[in-house]
Design a protein around this ligand. Sequence first.
Ligand code: DQA
Length: 151
Amino acid sequence: MKRILVMNGPNLNMLGVREPGIYGKQNLQCIEEMLRAQAEKLSVSITFYQSNHEGELIDRIHASLGEVDGILLNAGAFTHYSYAIRDALSTVKIPTIELHLSNIHARESFRHTSVIAAVTIGQISGFGAYSYEHALNAMYRYLETQDASMD
Ligand code: DQA
């Protein structure tokens, strides 16, 4: 069974309360439940993690080496400036999908840049809570294709 880590960065613990016009009314626990239902359909195992601290996110990425097959990462505002998270991802080389609830390219200009995108498989942005589901489906297909190419 493929093991997928779903990582959430700063302020995402406040979903539901935080700017619902932008991020929706669902809290992170609702999103987790939705994703668990989808994970069960796909027969993959998911671990959900949230931290407001850059170093904790980096530690978790390091600890994932050999433990997870893929990472879905909503790094929150760290997306736009954390070279340290980017370096952690390129260190472990675990396939990662960057995701965002909002469409970062349609918002303030500082959100248009992702310093993480270049070390990921790709980016999913703008589908609200469904960005998580799309990212899980995309990771599932990616890992399946990787396995097929090894046969
Ligand atoms: C976000 C977008 C980021 O710009 C912002 O800082 C967040 C949430 C999103 O999911 O839309 O914290 O990653």
